[in-house]
Design a protein around this ligand. Structure first.
Ligand code: ADP
Ligand code: SF4
Ligand code: MG
Length: 356
């Protein structure tokens, strides 16, 4: 039985990658949280395989969407990308330098360029700090990047950039709506002029009407400042709006990755097909032709994932081979020379083209 990492592809760029230099190269990233027993003498009895062999590239100026159900390892990937969580193994190259091996001053220097925006605008802002202090806090952590002279002027500018009234600088987080609070979180993320922003479900806690406004703001800022985004969500429809490429995660691994059109119009992995079949379609005619795939059962525990293909316990196409042989994330042979949008990386032995 083989249960080797799913993407042993080394630093070679994935075939379907866009042109240009990647700014972030993630290779075989693994995070296992030890499961222990006992109080005085802790004994490891297993591990939660939260992230188990994830590889992708992030290109300058692009948005890479990462989607998947709750618990599949998205937030852990986000933290690994900034070395907020120590990787069990694997590498994250930022401009060729492996972040997972950095500490102290060298890590701090890299972190200036990679910022994070979190999901919950209610808990991620300190309620006892004014908005001015929250947005200006990164300047205390990185004085070398602080504006010379008037910091508050820079904070006012940042408020203006994210569409908030600069006069609000002395207000507290509770005086703002959810969408406004997320704008404050984004302003803080922008303070140090980063190159990359890792957005962990930045709009999931917001009302649908507000989600679109915040996503539009993020797109505008991306153009203005040449930012690269990793945009995490569990909702496929939101990711589509902002992403150039999308990676679909399942139980700590990437099931399928490709351009926006490849994933949304020609998904080849059964998991992606099931997720897409559940996305509401506004056009009634298209809706009539779409078959709704209902996934049976729950996501298995990452402490004891299925052998072979991790999706097999819920896959309607599963065969014996799926239990014994881990499908590699690669362009399926039958599509490699097809010249169609099905020619993108998919970790399924029986990948099949379906048009949506
Ligand atoms: N610090 C931790 N210790 C133990 N298990 C963890 C820890 N953080 C996350 N996990 C587990 O890792 C898995 C993936 O979690 P997470 O990355 O938060 O997923 P997602 O963001 O996709 O919902 C879950 O089973 C979660 O319970
Ligand atoms: S490898 Fe097998 S179990 Fe996994 S998605 Fe493909 S058909 Fe389903
Ligand atoms: Mg999460």
């Amino acid at each position: 039985m083989t249960d080797s990492p799913i993407t042993a592809q080394g630093p070679a760029a994935p075939a379907a990658a866009p042109q240009g230099e990647p700014i972030l190269q993630v290779r075989n990233l693994v995070k296992h949280f030890p499961l222990t027993q006992g109080i005085l003498f802790k004994k490891q009895i297993g591990a939660v395989k939260a992230v188990d062999g994830v590889s992708f590239d992030l290109y300058r100026g692009e948005t890479l969407g990462i989607v998947g159900e709750s618990g599949c390892g998205k937030s852990t990937v986000a933290k690994l990308l900034m070395n907020l969580e120590q990787a069990t193994s694997g590498e994250v190259f930022y401009k060729g330098q492996d972040i997972t091996r950095l500490s102290g001053r060298a890590l701090k220097a890299v972190r200036r360029n990679i910022q994070m925006v979190f999901q919950d605008p209610y808990t991620s802002l300190n309620p006892r700090m004014t908005v001015g202090d929250i947005i200006g806090e990164p300047f205390d952590i990185h004085p070398e990047a602080a504006p010379k002279g008037d910091r508050r002027r820079r904070v006012r500018e940042l408020l203006d950039v994210v569409g908030l009234n600069p006069e609000y600088i002395n207000r507290y987080p509770h005086q703002f709506s959810g969408g406004q609070r997320q704008r404050i979180g984004i302003a803080r993320g922008l303070a140090l002029n980063p190159e990359i922003i890792i957005c962990d479900e930045p709009v999931s806690a917001l009302d649908v009407s507000v989600q679109a406004q915040v996503v539009n703001l993020m797109e505008k800022l991306q153009d203005e400042f040449g930012l690269s985004y990793v945009f995490i969500a569990h909702d496929l429809s939101i990711v589509r709006h902002i992403s150039d490429r999308v990676g679909v995660m399942y139980l700590g691994r990437i099931a399928e990755i490709g351009s926006d059109a490849e994933i949304y119009e020609h998904p080849t992995h059964p998991y992606t097909q099931a997720l897409l079949s559940a996305v509401p379609v506004p056009d009634p005619e298209a809706r009539e032709h779409r078959e709704r795939i209902i996934l049976s059962g729950d996501v298995p525990s990452p402490a004891n994932p299925p052998s072979g293909c991790r999706f097999r316990t819920r896959c309607w196409k599963a065969q014996d081979r799926c239990a014994t042989e881990t499908p590699l994330l690669a362009i399926p042979e039958r599509f490699a020379d097809s010249g169609t949008l099905a020619a993108h990386e998919s970790a399924c032995h029986f990948a099949e083209a379906v048009s949506y």
